[in-house]
Design a protein around this ligand. Structure first.
Ligand SMILES: *[C@@H]1O[C@H](CO)[C@@H](O)[C@H](O)[C@H]1NC(C)=O
Ligand SMILES: *[C@@H]1O[C@H](CO)[C@@H](O)[C@H](O)[C@H]1NC(C)=O
Ligand SMILES: *[C@@H]1O[C@H](CO)[C@@H](O)[C@H](O)[C@H]1NC(C)=O
Ligand SMILES: *[C@@H]1O[C@H](CO)[C@@H](O)[C@H](O)[C@H]1NC(C)=O
Ligand SMILES: *[C@@H]1O[C@H](CO)[C@@H](O)[C@H](O)[C@H]1NC(C)=O
Ligand SMILES: *[C@@H]1O[C@H](CO)[C@@H](O)[C@H](O)[C@H]1NC(C)=O
Ligand SMILES: *[C@@H]1O[C@H](CO)[C@@H](O)[C@H](O)[C@H]1NC(C)=O
Ligand SMILES: *[C@@H]1O[C@H](CO)[C@@H](O)[C@H](O)[C@H]1NC(C)=O
Ligand SMILES: *[C@@H]1O[C@H](CO)[C@@H](O)[C@H](O)[C@H]1NC(C)=O
Ligand SMILES: *[C@@H]1O[C@H](CO)[C@@H](O)[C@H](O)[C@H]1NC(C)=O
Ligand SMILES: *[C@@H]1O[C@H](CO)[C@@H](O)[C@H](O)[C@H]1NC(C)=O
Ligand SMILES: *[C@@H]1O[C@H](CO)[C@@H](O)[C@H](O)[C@H]1NC(C)=O
Length: 806
């Protein structure tokens, strides 16, 4: 009994002490300052969780989760991240009078103000976190007042100007994150006292000039990320010998010329890296020192100019898990490659090189293998399943592979992407491949010599998003079981020998946005039985070069909601594979402005209706005019009759219009002249009459756009009806735009697409500065990935466009 009493007494004693210790009473001035701070903030009391308990009736030290006090009742830490605050905070805020603050986190709010220098009044700060706060302006020099600061994170803002060198005089700083801002300058800094600095992240800014050698004074650096900036000049890798503790280095995507192979330097004297990212550094020689990097886990040498042989020892680096040597000029993988199945590497990206010989089979652990765009020439080994049982991504596209597609490719548990396109595979499609569609999202067998029908064995739980069989010798109808693929977005079976009726059952797939049946032997009308929302999401419908006939049902176009609005919301259509957050680009071949080209994942902004070279008849349906977001319309080579609807002027985005080789009558509607983006027009071989409307750029088209309409006159044809024929006109160059280029003017319209393979881009499209940065990144990635293509800025009619040429 006494013992219990004693125990309870002790417990109570301890508890009481604990209570008084844990909840000091808030000092009145602190409470007042906090409430003033709150009163001026703009926030929604419904959604803000922490701020909603800030009242004058409770002690501020009890505002759990957001305020921490010291024993005397001073506020020493404030956490208001993710409170959806949307303003009301600026330089004169009472927050800056909380002199005892040591930790402050206001991340993920939208203050939308210039960076308040008031922060530098908080002299006792050790941690300052302001990620994604929408601060702009410069970082004040007075930041050097924060002498106790150990952790500074200002990522994802719009800060610009120079990074103050005084920052590096702070004696306690251990981590600096200024990534994803718009800083443009980093001066050399002297009098460094940041001897404790471990992490420096300046990724994705606009910092230019030579590589700042002052950085080599930061001896305790362990992680350094300067990627996606504009540093230029040359740099020797051996400089990094000075940073003994460096484990992570990323200087990718600058304008640096990196010299990788220092003479007279012991390779083992380099710091022991775990991650080395040297993409796009103009490296010419494979860095030999890597041979001693036994702790290296991630190596990225992509997008350099390295030639020759990839040394065999690279596979023997025990720690290496991810290797990317894509976009180089490697010609050979040094052998023997026989005993490599036991290595741990799970990600091998060797695409876009000049590698030849038989397909090497690598690690049993491989999850991600990209061997595409090389010169491998062999069949797929029958035992591939034994090696790649864990793979979820396998691309062998653009090689010289042959033989049949082995059944052993089927049955991988996690397979999500299989791309065998642009090879010489022959034989039939194994039916088990279609059965696998319970996990597979992307199946691309396009541009091979495959024969036979598509197996009608699509899985009941089909998750397929892209099916591309374009350019084979396949025949038969579109299999009915494809309707089970309720997530299908892209179906491209063009350039085959498919026949049968129009696959009406596809109209019920709610996600279908690309349907390419081009160049087959389909026949009959487009009439389908009623469906609630047919072709809801469609944006590319290409059924050209078939034997379709009959009148066009107007309702087709009425339900194509995606194309209704010229400013539809940006649904990014890249496919996200579950693992590793990888994205895959879809590509689809379309024809625009008389040119055939391959669209690589630009799907959401590219809208096409191509019904050309069939036997359609009747009038052009008026409902077509609802499609305000249409870029390309091709009805050529049919038997359309009647007039061109005058409402065609509603298709404000139209860039390419081809109605040639029909039986259209009447005059060209004046409204056609108001289509300001129109850069390709073909109305030839019809029965149009009257004067060609004079308007913005109609006259800039060649006479051939109007030829063989014997009643048509006016520039660019002859001035009078039935005068000399246009054959006598001297030929003009194409109307101001290169024939081999596509003008992605819609890029500047700020509609979105994402290129990205292995790179994660968060498409934050809400704020201008973000968008600018986003495009900058997209441009960079574009140039990096698609070396066959290049971007160029062109100015036309006072507007600057990004033009993708090849
Ligand atoms: C608390 O604030 C309300 C108004 O916001 C005020 O009416 C009240 O007097 C305040 N109470 C105290 C104790 O300060
Ligand atoms: C700062 O914000 C307060 C409250 O929103 C406002 O009253 C004041 O005018 C602002 N001061 C400046 C300099 O913007
Ligand atoms: C903020 O106020 C300080 C003085 O308190 C002043 O020096 C500084 O220029 C101001 N900064 C901004 C961005 O208004
Ligand atoms: C904030 O609000 C208080 C009243 O709640 C006011 O006295 C103060 O001037 C306001 N401005 C700033 C910048 O804190
Ligand atoms: C920031 O404020 C300006 C006006 O002061 C406004 O035009 C802009 O849209 C705001 N930006 C954000 C992201 O809230
Ligand atoms: C920074 O410190 C200096 C001297 O310690 C002081 O004069 C100056 O006012 C401080 N600046 C700010 C913004 O607090
Ligand atoms: C380094 O600091 C000393 C004294 O603090 C000063 O005299 C000198 O000018 C500084 N050097 C540079 C290059 O800033
Ligand atoms: C490097 O790291 C080791 C171990 O973490 C540490 O003892 C040493 O002080 C560091 N070197 C520098 C220059 O900071
Ligand atoms: C680096 O870029 C700057 C402009 O940003 C330029 O003036 C300088 O000449 C460039 N240096 C080299 C070596 O290209
Ligand atoms: C560096 O690697 C080479 C080849 O693997 C080896 O002979 C040498 O002993 C290694 N040096 C050190 C210091 O590990
Ligand atoms: C393959 O490697 C394993 C260990 O990684 C080794 O035991 C075996 O002897 C090697 N086989 C050949 C043929 O080199
Ligand atoms: C124009 O010329 C064609 C033959 O060149 C002729 O058939 C037609 O009747 C003529 N039309 C007019 C309006 O003169």
């Amino acid at each position: 009994m006494r013992i219990t009493l004693l125990v309870s007494f002790l417990l109570c004693f301890y508890y009481c002490i604990y209570i008084t210790h844990a909840t000091p009473k808030c000092l009145e001035d602190q409470q007042t300052l906090l409430l003033q701070f709150k009163n001026n903030l703009t926030f929604d009391p419904e959604t803000s969780i922490k701020l909603s308990v800030w009242y004058n009736t409770t002690d501020c030290c009890q505002w759990v989760d957001s305020v921490i006090c010291d024993n005397e009742g001073h506020v020493i830490a404030l956490y208001l991240d993710n409170e959806l605050i949307s303003g009301g905070f600026n330089n004169s805020s009472s927050l800056f009078s909380l002199q005892h603050l040591q930790k402050l986190d206001l991340s993920y709010n939208n203050f939308n103000s210039s960076f308040p220098s008031g922060f530098t009044k908080l002299a006792k700060l050790t941690t300052l976190e302001l990620t994604n706060c929408h601060f702009y302006g410069t970082l004040p020099n007075s930041i050097s007042n924060l002498t106790y600061l150990t952790y500074l994170k200002l990522s994802d803002n719009d800060l610009s100007g120079a990074i103050p060198s005084s920052l590096f005089t702070l004696p306690s700083l251990e981590e600096i994150y200024l990534d994803n801002n718009q800083f443009s300058k980093l001066d050399e800094f002297f009098n460094v006292s940041s001897f404790l600095l471990r992490n420096l992240d300046l990724r994705n800014n606009y910092i230019s000039g030579p590589f700042p050698i002052s950085i080599f004074q930061l001896k305790s650096l362990s992680e350094l990320d300067l990627s996606f900036n504009k540093f230029n000049g040359s740099l020797h890798l051996y400089k990094f010998l000075e940073l003994r503790n460096l484990t992570t280095l990323d200087i990718s995507y600058n304008n640096l010329f990196l010299y990788g192979n220092p003479k007279n330097v012991d390779p083992s004297s380099f710091p022991a890296f775990s991650s080395l990212m040297l993409a796009s550094c103009n490296l010419k020689i494979f860095p030999d020192f890597l041979i001693n990097q036994s702790t290296l886990e991630t190596l990225d040498l992509s997008d350099n100019k390295i030639q020759g042989v990839l040394p065999n020892w690279i596979w023997k680096l025990e720690g290496l898990l991810e290797l990317n040597i894509s976009h180089n000029f490697f010609t050979e993988l040094e052998g023997p490659l026989t005993n490599l199945t036991s290595i741990l590497m799970y990600r091998v990206d060797i695409h876009h090189n000049l590698l030849q010989g038989p397909l090497p089979a690598f690690s049993d652990r491989a999850r991600y293998l990209d061997y595409s765009i090389n010169r491998f020439s062999s069949a797929i080994p029958q035992d591939i399943r034994n090696h790649l049982s864990l793979a979820f991504f396998l691309s062998l596209a653009h090689n010289n592979l042959h033989g049949s597609i082995p059944d052993s490719l089927c049955g991988f548990r996690d397979f999500q992407l299989l791309d065998l396109s642009f090879n010489n595979f022959s034989g039939t499609i194994p039916s088990c491949l279609m059965t696998m569609t319970g996990t597979i999202k992307v199946l691309n067998l396009g541009r091979n010599n495959l024969q036979g029908p598509i197996p009608d064995t699509f899985s009941d739980s089909c998750t397929l998003q892209t099916l591309n069989l374009n350019g084979n010798l396949l025949h038969g109808p579109v299999p009915k079981s494809l309707a089970r693929c309720s997530e299908l977005e892209v179906l491209d079976i063009g350039k085959n020998q498919f026949d049968g009726h129009f696959p009406c059952f596809l109209q019920n797939i709610p996600t279908l946005s690309v349907l390419v049946l081009r160049n087959n032997k389909f026949y009959g009308t487009l009439r389908c039985s009623n469906s609630k929302n047919p072709w809801n999401m469609i944006q590319i419908m290409d059924i050209a070069f078939n034997n379709f006939c009959g009148k066009l049902p107007g309702k087709y176009f009425r339900t194509m909601k995606k194309m209704w609005h010229d400013n539809h919301n940006v649904g990014l259509s890249f496919i996200q594979l579950d693992s590793d957050e990888l994205h895959y680009q879809d590509s689809v071949t379309v024809v625009s402005k008389g040119q055939q080209f391959e669209l690589v994942k630009i799907l959401t902004i590219f809208t096409t209706i191509d019904f050309s070279s069939n036997h359609f008849q009747g009038v052009i349906p008026k409902d077509l005019i609802e499609l305000k977001a249409l870029y390309v319309l091709n009805f050529s080579n049919n038997a359309f009759s009647g007039k061109i609807p005058s409402t065609i002027g509603n298709l404000k985005q139209l860039e390419s219009l081809d109605l040639s080789n029909n039986s259209l009558v009447g005059e060209i509607p004046l409204q056609l002249a108001s289509l300001s983006f129109l850069s390709y027009l073909n109305l030839s071989f019809n029965h149009l009459v009257g004067k060609i409307p004079t308007g913005t750029q109609i006259q800039s088209f060649q006479a051939s756009s109007f030829e063989a309409n014997y009643g048509l006159y006016g520039p660019p044809l002859t001035e009078t009806p039935n005068g000399t024929r246009q054959d006598e006109l001297h030929p003009q160059p194409a109307s101001g735009r290169l024939a081999s280029s596509i003008d992605w003017s819609f890029l500047s319209v700020e509609l979105g697409f994402v290129f990205g393979l292995g790179i994660i881009i968060t498409p934050v499209m809400l704020w201008k500065q973000w968008r600018v940065k986003y495009w900058k990144l997209v441009d960079k990635i574009l140039c990096w990935m698609l070396s066959r293509m290049y971007l160029e800025y062109a100015t036309d009619r006072g507007q600057t466009y990004t033009v993708l040429r090849w």
